[in-house]
Every structure is written in C-alpha cells, then in structure tokens.
Design a protein around this ligand. Structure first.
Ligand code: WT7
Length: 651
C-alpha cells in the first residue's frame, strides 16, 4: 500500500461551507479542540444529550482491551430517549415519520403516536413471553412497523437482530440459529418494483429449522395469502393493535445488548456484530446532530437506506429519533413507478437533508440529468453519502444536479462495526474535497499506518486504523470473543484495523481506497481499484465502473475493468471498440501508464450485494475465466449471465 501511486487523484477542487449554514451550524470548529483536549470529557458531555435514569460512575473502562465498557454503572432506556422524552417535552404532535409506501399509500406518524404504537408492541412482545436479554429476529419490509418493532425490543430490553428482507431462507435460518432467537417479527410481504413480494413463506421455511422460535408475529401489509400455524403464528393487528398503549420503560445497564447485526464480509460465516446501549446511542445521536446539522423544528430528514443495514439502525431509527427529527421513510425502489420517484418525494415532503449511497448516485447519473431537473429540489440544504468511496465525478454530479451547487456534501466513513459515523466533514466547518471523507470526527482518533504499524506522513498511503476506543464500537462478535480479537485487533498490536486502505493527502485529509483485499499488484506496484474506477468514471461516457486484478503471466496481476456507459452513449460495434480504446488511454493519461487496464468490458450492469457494494470476487472469476463462486448474496443473479456472455464473445 505504501507504494500506492503518488497523487493518483488529481482532484484539487475544494468547497467551503455556505456562510449561512456555517454561522448557524450545530457544531463549530472548536469541537475538534475541545475533544482533543480531553476525549473522555468530550464524550461524557455528549452522553449528556440523553436522559439517564442513573448516572455512570466511569466514562470508559478499557482495562481489558479490546473489550470496552462505556458509561459504566449508568442506566437508561433507548426507546424512552427516542420517544417518551420528546412527548414529555411537549413535542408529541411533531411528525416523527412521514412514510411513503411504494404503491403510493402513505402515513404520517407523530411522536405521540409512535410512542403509543411502541408501547403496544412492547406489551404484546411481553405477552408472547419475551423478556429482557431474549433475542428477537426482525424480517420486515420498509414499513413503520419495522421501526416500531426495533423500538419495542429496545424498550423491554430484548436484543433485536434485523435481517434484511431481501435475504434468503438460509440466511435467515443461520442468523436465527446463531442468536437463538425466540420470536420473529415479519410481514405477509412488502411491495417491490410494483409487485407484492412475499416474506412469510421464507420465514416459514426458516422457522421449520429453528426450534428456538416460539412465535412469529406477522404484520399484514400486502394482504397476500399466508400459511398459518395457529400455535406459533400471531397477527400483529390482533396482538399489538389491541394491546394497552401504556407501558413504563425500564432502564437498562449502559452495556446491555441492544442489537446484533450480521455482516457477511467476503466469504466466511456472517459475524454477529454486537452493539450495546449507552455508548451506541450517545454516538448515534451526537453524530446525527453534528454531521447532518439537524434542526429538529425545521428539518425534514431522509436516509434512503434499508432498516436491514446499520445505516438504517443508526440513521433512521436511533440517531434521528433520539434527536427528535422529522423524517421521511420510503418502502420501495428508486425507479418505481418511475425514475423520478426519489425527487418527487423530496419535492412533496420538502426534504432538507438527504443521506444516500454512491451506488444510487451513480445509477441516477446513468439515468440522466434531465430526470432530477423535472422536480423542485430547492428545499435541500445538505447531502450525505455512505457505503463506498464516492468517486469525485459522482460527488460533483450529486452537488450540481441534486444540491444545485449550494449544498455541502458529507462523505461519511464508518462500518457496521463502528456503529456510527467516524470520519466525515462537519458541514459548517470543513472545506470539502470531492472524493475525500476528510477528517475523523471530534472524539475519534483514526490514522493511516504502514505494514509496520507506523503512522504514514502526509502524502502517504496504507491501512486505516482506529487508535482509541469509541462509544459506539462493537463490543464483540456474538458468541465468539476470539473471532472478535482475531478479526479486528490482531493485524496491528493495540489498534483496530478496519480492513480498508486509505491515504493522507498533503493536507492530511483522508481518502478511502476500498477494502485492502481489493488492492491490485501490477508489475510490483500497488494500485487501488477505487482509483482506477474513479479515473474511468471521470470520463464523460462512463456512469459506473468496477475494476479487478486478474492473474497475468507477465505483470503478476493485470487490471480488468467492467464499465457501464452513460444512457446516451453509442456502444454498438466499432463505436464500442473506439470507446474502449479511448477509455484505456484516458486512464493511462489520468493515472499513469502503469494503471492502464489490460482489458475493458462494456456491460449493462454490475454485480452488487443487496446493500449496493460491488462484488469484485465474482468479477475476478469472470476475468480469470473461472466458474462463478457463491452468488447467493447478489441483488440480481441474472446480472452475472449478462456479464459472462459479453466476456466470452471477447468484447
Ligand atoms: C465498509 C463498511 C457504514 C454503513 C454502510 C456500510 C465502506 C463505508 C464509506 C465511505 C469509503 C466506505 C468501507 C467500510 N465504506 N462508507 N464514506 N467511503 N468507503 O457498512 O456494510 O459495514 O461496510 O463500507 O469499505 O469498511 P458496512
């Protein structure tokens, strides 16, 4: 990594915050100094944003690393902090969630209503025998009941494990078994791409192999026919909607397990990432306040992630609700019933803050600039990105076409494991650079080190590490402390290694380079896939690109690029060949001849996981003419047929 081509991204544009946003920003530059002076005192002050039933005795216990305890001795209830206290403060009539179903149905739910629903669900779960410490699996579409189910678990101290509604019966089975869940909360189905898509049959298949499951609580969403086991199955509208709306929240220990969320990594058995109560909520709330500059009285916030990912946990449910936000929640896909759906929703709800993923931004780029132009997006004042490195070109497109040139963009780096945002601009402080996540947030100590664990100087590249524990850090891998140590704390003594490569530019700002497993070694040079992808996307004919290293007899590895042309570009016959030649030259000119791809393929789609990450492993299989590995986590497995057939025709 230290050899990463110097100065690959010749990106020098910089965008200072708009003056009005800067002067009214929730968090100003002094937060960095304040946190640097005394990190624990800083986090202690942030914990003060929450209502605690019992004050902690100690901010951090790090006597048994890497097992951290934050706010030791403190007690609080997460749901109380997200709901009751806002109602008690007189904000019960504020809308918590404007929900839009894919078919066009919608609901607006106030904080008082969300509290009543959550209390009913808490009572119903208690009646089903769920008590504090039990695990509950949640397998739901993007409907308000998903948030209610999570909050109800938190309220009674049950640990939830949300499983993304697009996962298979096997994935659900493994996750239920790993956590020995007692109850599953699901729905008959959800709406996706204009059609009802069933969930209950998948749950039935999983539950047949999961003897720990005592009950299945089923929301009626689509009205689809479902098989029914009268011993186990319970309708939500019968059990929850008839339950008492009074429920007194009990306070739990700051280290009480709040949720498990499985992350698949590359190939191995999914890891059950465990998050706990006080530190998690503190950092989720603080970062949401600081990074999105949320003004709860006036903002309408929208995070377009699914609740099945950590982004949905921290930035749909816990962070925004702890801060009393009004938010939009959308059930469906961005192109149903038409490709302007997102912008139509921004216009309708006058969304002020939008948080989405680079994969979505690049998809919108591919669909064309004329689509967002048809909508009034003037309510937007801040844009966020998460999930992957955002290429400078996509960043600029987002700024120009969605932010109309005036909204700060916060590129937020974090992971399921970190629980909350770690590296990001502060929107009222940072002069942003397209493609850089910039600096660790106040209270966070990230660094880039070489393979000897030495901090690299400005201008150098290496491995992204976290030096000090942080409040929302994972506490362990559920049931496997040794794997927790081996996976995250063994590569560099005393440091958390995130798995990502990064570099510091000459100002010390951070550029994320993707997973280190994705770095290529070409004729003895380390080249990051992210940088070659960004070079390709900077060409006006390219919407999206994925790059892999394929074994090569002369160079060790050779660069193979899979490229999606923009909507209007002609790629038939000779035009396609000419474009490929031009793109190879373009990369060579941008990054240097060493980075020139051996081969470029024009493809209609890229293989992505359901969370939108490119599965380079499969592309490597194609590039090396191997049969494909496991495709079960692909969003759309037909994509691989399209790509492989293009490859064998030699295009
Ligand atoms: C991995 C974590 C964090 C919520 C969604 C993903 C990549 C995430 C960025 C960013 C560059 C990013 C990293 C990280 N990643 N955000 N802003 N810039 N890379 O959570 O599924 O746990 O994935 O996503 O590689 O390690 P996750």
């Amino acid at each position: 990594m230290s050899e990463t081509l110097a100065n690959l991204l010749q990106e020098t544009r910089q965008f200072p915050p708009p003056a009005d946003l800067a002067s009214a920003a929730n968090v100003k530059a002094d937060a960095y100094d304040e946190a640097a002076e005394d990190r624990l005192a800083f986090w202690e002050r942030q914990a003060g944003r929450l209502d605690w039933a019992q004050q902690w005795d100690q901010v951090l216990d790090w006597t048994n690393p890497p097992f951290a305890k934050w706010f030791v001795g403190g007690k609080l209830n997460v749901a109380y902090n997200c709901l009751d206290r806002h109602v008690a403060a007189g904000n019960g009539d504020r809308v918590a969630i404007h929900w839009e179903g894919e078919p066009g149905d919608n609901r607006s739910i106030t904080y008082a209503e969300l509290l009543a629903l959550t209390s009913q669900a808490a009572n119903a779960l208690t009646d089903l025998g769920v008590t504090a410490g039990d695990r509950v699996a949640i397998y739901l579409p993007m409907i308000p009941e998903a948030a209610v189910a999570m909050l109800a678990c938190a309220r009674i101290g049950a640990t939830h494990s949300v499983v993304f509604g697009g996962f298979s019966a096997d994935a659900l089975t493994n996750r239920i078994q790993d956590a020995s869940a007692k109850v599953v909360i699901t729905a008959d189905g959800g709406f996706r791409r204009g059609k009802p898509s069933a969930l209950k049959p998948t749950v039935d298949e999983a539950v047949a192999k999961c003897p720990t499951i005592e009950h299945v609580l089923v929301v009626r969403r689509t009205g689809q026919e479902v098989a029914w086991d009268s011993e186990k199955d319970v309708w939500w509208h019968e059990a929850v909607e008839t339950a008492s709306a009074e429920h007194t929240a009990e306070a739990f220990d700051a280290e009480h397990p709040l949720f498990i969320l499985y992350t698949s990594g590359t190939t191995a058995k999914p890891k059950g990432i465990l998050h706990t109560t006080g530190g998690y909520l503190t950092q989720a709330a603080y970062t949401h306040h600081a990074v999105f500059d949320l003004k709860p009285e006036t903002d309408v916030y929208w995070c377009s992630a699914d609740i099945g990912w950590v982004t949905g946990h921290s930035y749909i449910v816990y962070g925004p609700l702890a801060n009393g936000a009004t938010q939009l929640m959308y059930e469906g896909t961005p192109d149903t019933p038409h490709k302007g759906r997102f912008w139509e929703l921004v216009q309708k709800h006058k969304v002020t803050i939008l948080y989405t993923a680079p994969t979505l931004i690049r998809t919108m780029m591919k669909w064309g600039d004329d689509i967002p132009k048809q909508y009034d997006l003037s309510s937007l004042r801040l844009l966020g990105s998460v999930g992957e490195p955002i290429n400078p070109e996509a960043w600029i497109w987002y700024r120009e076409n969605i932010g109309r040139g005036g909204c700060p963009i916060v590129d937020t780096w974090w992971q399921t494991e970190t629980g909350a945002i770690m590296i990001s601009p502060l929107p009222g402080v940072t002069a942003t650079k397209p493609g850089s996540a910039m600096r660790p947030l106040p209270g966070i100590s990230a660094d880039v080190v070489d393979d000897q664990a030495q901090s690299v100087p400005d201008g150098g590249g290496g491995f992204l590490v976290l030096r000090e524990p942080w409040p929302s850090m994972l506490r362990t891998i559920w049931g496997d402390d040794q794997r927790f140590i081996d996976t995250y704390w063994s590569r560099f003594d005393g440091l958390y290694f995130a798995g990502d490569g990064a570099k510091k530019d000459d100002d010390g700002d951070l550029w994320l380079l993707g997973r280190v497993d994705d770095v290529m070694l070409v004729s003895g040079h380390n080249i990051s896939t992210t940088e070659v992808e960004s070079a390709l996307v900077s060409h006006p004919s390219v919407a999206e690109a994925a790059v892999v290293g394929a074994t090569d007899p002369t160079t060790g590895q050779a660069i193979v690029a899979f490229t999606i042309p923009r909507g209007s570009v002609d790629t038939e016959g000779d035009a396609g060949e000419a474009l490929i030649a031009e793109l190879r030259e373009h990369v060579s000119k941008t990054l240097g001849p060493i980075a020139k791809p051996r081969q470029i393929m024009l493809v209609p789609e890229l293989p992505k996981t359901r969370s939108g990450k490119i599965m380079r492993r499969l592309l490597r299989d194609v590039a090396e003419n191997r049969s494909l590995g496991d495709v079960t986590t692909l969003q759309d497995s037909a994509v691989m047929d399209l790509i492989s057939s293009g490859m064998s025709s030699g295009k």
